[in-house]
Write a protein that binds this ligand. Structure first.
Ligand code: AMP
Ligand code: MG
Length: 420
């Protein structure tokens, strides 16, 4: 017997679904904070602002190898006496540089007092212990010197809370002497694959069996989005099994289910979620692939002091699973990882379509596609697929071309592409 659907259930358009997810993402409770080693912070979101521990640069820094001079004297072509040398890591210990003098200086060395510019070594003519500008070479005051504190003043915030940490951010933190950073904890994400046909990788499938690839795809996607995946046992298409897995998974920060959300007789996921008192924000999206996707929230169990648990019921077809993850789960998860406002949204970019594509009325399509960046303008071409079960085609793709509802597109049209 197929059950009744929850009364609040609603099928929504693609952009409405995105808005709903982002609205919930904006209000999500952040996980706790932990302190991790600098390199271990890669891929996490910064929980406490990083401030400069000293001026950056900490001294007036020569940006070129050459001669610290008075710009005016250099520009006049005056022959200057080279009175010394200052290397990176040294501080000029002599007196302030007087008129008619130059000091040989290396990139990264502090500019000596009295000099107001650095002439590039290539622009000078040396003769004995004197130097002067090569014909036509002039210098402005301040040229090739990065003033102390011009990049950041001591105490200035240089990395904001919520910043996604990558190599550029690690470099900033290292420059501030931070061997550890406070980051948001990874939200625990329970993953439940449902289906009577599924077998685990350790099992030998018979002809009618399908390997549980979604469990692995989702675990990899969760990890990449900053979560901590927990793969639960496969739920068979029985109420008892689906109920047991939801019970097990609802204690996590987020619950993901794959399969069992379509209209088939044994698609029980929505029904069982409803029995738990789930609130549904949508029970389908006018998109392809991914139409049956479900988004909602389970109330905290009465016995527990924990929070309500957001869930997504993702369609079981493997490409649908991944597309709906990128569109809806990823933004939610990034927000749960502490990503700052705006950083959680799906990564849409514009690209030129390389071929003609027919639209489908009533559906936003997200088709596996290949985006090329090596051309003058980014160009996107459909990967070609056998439908939403075609994992190899999905793997050949590097993005999804977003084809608006019912619109026929021509080669040369600029379209939206979802990066993954
Ligand atoms: P469902 O959404 O349960 O109707 O499943 C749709 C299609 O996706 C069926 O062909 C399933 O065999 C396949 N499928 C469902 N779950 C998985 C999974 N975990 N891994 C691989 N394929 C799956
Ligand atoms: Mg199924």
């Amino acid at each position: 017997m197929s059950g009744t659907r929850s009364g609040s259930a609603e099928v929504v358009g693609f952009s409405e679904a995105l808005e709903l997810v982002l609205r919930h993402a904006a209000g999500v409770r952040l996980p706790g904070i932990e302190t991790v080693g600098l390199l271990a912070s890669a891929g996490r979101a910064l929980a406490v602002e990083v401030a400069a521990d000293r001026d950056q640069p900490p001294f007036d820094r020569a940006a070129r190898d050459g001669f610290a001079v008075r710009a005016e004297e250099w520009s006049n072509g005056r022959r200057l006496r080279v009175v010394g040398q200052v290397r990176a890591g040294e501080m000029w210990a002599g007196e302030a540089m007087g008129p008619g003098c130059a000091i040989e200086i290396m990139t990264g060395a502090p500019s000596p007092a009295g000099a107001d510019a650095v002439a590039m070594v290539e622009h000078g003519e040396l003769e004995g212990d004197t130097v002067r500008a090569a014909a036509g070479r002039r210098l402005r005051a301040g040229e090739n010197i990065v003033p102390r504190g011009s990049e950041a003043r001591r105490g200035d915030g240089v990395l904001a809370r919520g910043t996604a940490i990558g190599a550029a951010e690690i470099a900033v933190a290292a420059a501030c002497g931070r061997a550890e950073l406070a980051v948001y904890k990874r939200p625990a994400v329970a993953i439940v694959a449902t289906g009577d046909e599924l077998v685990e990788l350790t099992e030998t499938p018979e002809a009618q069996h399908i390997r549980n690839s979604n469990g692995y795809a989702l675990a990899a996607l969760v990890t990449a989005a900053g979560g901590e995946p927990r793969r639960l046992a496969i739920a068979r298409d029985t109420r008892e099994d689906v109920r047991a897995r939801i019970e097990e998974g609802r204690g996590s920060d987020l619950l993901l289910l794959s399969g069992g959300v379509s209209a088939g007789r044994y698609d029980l996921v929505e029904e069982v979620l409803a029995e738990f008192g789930a609130e549904f924000f949508f029970t389908g999206v006018r998109m392809q692939p991914g139409k049956p996707v479900v988004f909602g929230r389970l109330p905290a169990p009465e016995s527990a002091s924990g929070d309500a648990c957001y869930f997504f019921g993702l369609p079981g077809n493997p490409v649908s699973t991944q597309v709906t993850f990128h569109c809806f789960v990823e933004p939610m998860l990034r927000a749960m990882c502490g990503a700052g406002a705006g950083l959680e949204a799906p990564r849409f970019v514009q690209a030129t379509l390389a071929e003609e594509v027919k639209g489908k009325a009533g559906l936003t399509r997200l088709l596996p596609a290949v985006l090329r960046h090596d051309l003058e303008r980014p160009e996107v071409r459909l990967a070609g697929w056998q439908g939403s079960g075609d994992l190899p085609a999905n793997a050949r793709a590097n993005c999804y071309a977003v084809l608006p509802d019912g619109q026929d597109l021509r080669a040369g049209d600029v379209i939206t592409v979802l990066l993954r």
